[in-house]
Write a protein that binds this ligand. Structure first.
Ligand code: TYD
Length: 197
């Protein structure tokens, strides 16, 4: 299975991705845990460019995220799925749809089009969207990066964007309450993926 986690910073994505990996491994499955942007040599460099500082125009930002993702798909995700491993990814294409497509106003359709080329149409089987109040998310998020420093209005736009995406892709994107205790939430999520295996 190919599962991605989405949500605002501080929503618990990384914790849940790690817990799902552990749960699947405990069932004897091979799991590759990845993070987007990152996970490859070039991807980590692009991550540095994107999050480090300095002004980036919105389309350059979208294209850089797509470039990092293209590397991740070809070098990590596809090979893992081909050898029947599960892939759990912390953020993926929906982050670009929410942050660049909706919150930055580039347009979901156009950002999706760009990304579908880059990822060669490889969409996740299921995406878990962890919902959290945008004001709580900023308190829970640790260090802030260039994009997180955009502030409250931007965070609220991203939150609304994610909720729109969940309505646009109701079969693929499942929402979960990010305020639940991590272990309890993890069991719930594993249950929701039972139809995949
Ligand atoms: P993240 O990996 O969650 O950072 P951290 O490890 O510090 O929690 O995400 C990095 C930032 O990049 C986050 O603010 C969301 C943003 N982002 C986009 O704007 N578009 C994208 O396509 C992706 C993947 C992330």
């Amino acid at each position: 299975m190919f599962v991605t986690f989405e949500g605002l910073d501080g929503s618990g994505k990384s914790t849940q991705a790690e817990l799902l990996r552990a749960a699947l491994e405990a069932e004897g499955r091979e799991v590759v845990l990845a993070r987007d942007p990152g996970g490859t040599e070039l991807g980590e460099k692009i991550r540095g460019l994107l999050l480090g500082g300095g002004e980036i125009t919105p389309w350059a930002e979208a294209a850089l995220f797509a470039a990092a993702r293209a590397e991740l798909v070809e070098r990590v995700i596809e090979p893992a799925l081909q050898r029947d491993a599960d892939v759990v990814c912390d953020r993926y294409v929906d982050s670009s749809l929410a942050y660049q497509g909706i919150a930055r106003g580039l347009g979901v359709e156009r950002v999706l089009e760009l990304n579908l080329q880059a990822i060669r149409a490889l969409l996740p089987d299921r995406t878990i969207l962890l919902l959290l109040d945008p004001d709580v998310s900023v308190q829970r998020a640790g260090e802030t990066d260039r994009i997180e420093r955009e502030g409250g209005d931007f965070r609220r736009r991203v939150d609304a964007a994610y909720r729109d995406l969940a309505e646009m892709f109701p079969r693929r994107i499942l929402t979960a309450d990010g305020t639940q205790p991590a272990e309890q939430l993890s069991m719930l999520i594993r249950g929701q993926l039972r139809d995949l295996s």
